[in-house]
Ligand binder design. Structure first.
Ligand code: ADP
Length: 208
């Protein structure tokens, strides 16, 4: 993928919204490579905290393994620390955050504190029926590559993750739609097509 930094004049902050398995992580990495934005995955940060055995990781582990949402306090503390690092000034892609209205409100405050703005919220629309297979494929690919399989990437836990998404995270769609920051794109197609659709939205923002 070609980098496209030639005309970048301002940092862009984006949220990728969508259910587990929608492809947020995959697309965030592509956007990171193309536009020099920093992927901020709260799921990755939490898995890092679990692996490192920090207090936050210990408190988060069982909730994550059962497919529920980690408390806003823990997630916000981890995110705040990460956003204070200098690389985030280049612009960030929030992947898996915010997941509750309270997190969205905290993000508004955090961005206001640093005089930063939220440029776009992009929802990847995927049918629930496709998600189970995607998650099971991800687990299978990790296994085949000799990589660790996520403890929550199984059919049982996925039901809980989808339920948490619909109950706690989907209300963010209306929250951002009401502010005019929401764009929806189909998340069902080919990975490269989705990446191009995202780039079409993001590129004008980086040069605005
Ligand atoms: P996915 O989107 O595929 O479910 P993530 O890596 O984003 O995967 O999240 C994995 C788990 O980490 C979630 O099921 C949840 O327990 C926890 N988690 C990640 N981000 C958040 C968040 N912003 N708020 C609460 N819990 C979170």
């Amino acid at each position: 993928m070609m980098k496209d930094l030639s005309h970048q004049t301002r940092p862009v902050n984006l949220i990728l919204l969508g259910p587990p398995g929608a492809g947020k992580g995959t697309q965030a990495k592509i956007l990171q490579d193309r536009f020099g934005l920093v992927q901020l995955s709260t799921g990755d940060m939490l898995r890092g905290a679990v692996a490192a055995g920090t207090a936050a990781g210990k408190a988060a582990k069982d909730v994550m393994d059962s497919g529920g949402l980690v408390s806003d306090d823990i997630v916000l503390a981890i995110l705040r620390d990460r956003m204070a690092e200098p690389d985030c000034a280049a612009g960030v892609i929030f992947d898996g955050f915010p997941r509750t209205i309270a997190q969205a409100e905290a993000l508004d405050a955090l961005l206001a504190d640093t005089d930063a703005q939220l440029d776009a919220v992009i929802e990847l629309e995927v049918d629930d029926s496709a998600l189970v297979q995607r998650i099971l494929n991800r687990a299978e690919q990790a296994r085949a590559a000799g990589q660790p399989v996520r403890a929550d990437d199984n059919a049982e836990t996925l039901g809980q993750r989808l339920a948490a998404y619909h109950a706690q995270t989907a209300p963010l769609i209306d929250y951002y739609a009401a502010r005019g920051t929401l764009t929806k794109i189909p998340g069902m197609g080919d990975m490269d097509e989705i990446a191009d659709a995202l780039a079409t939205i993001v590129k004008p923002l980086t040069t605005a």
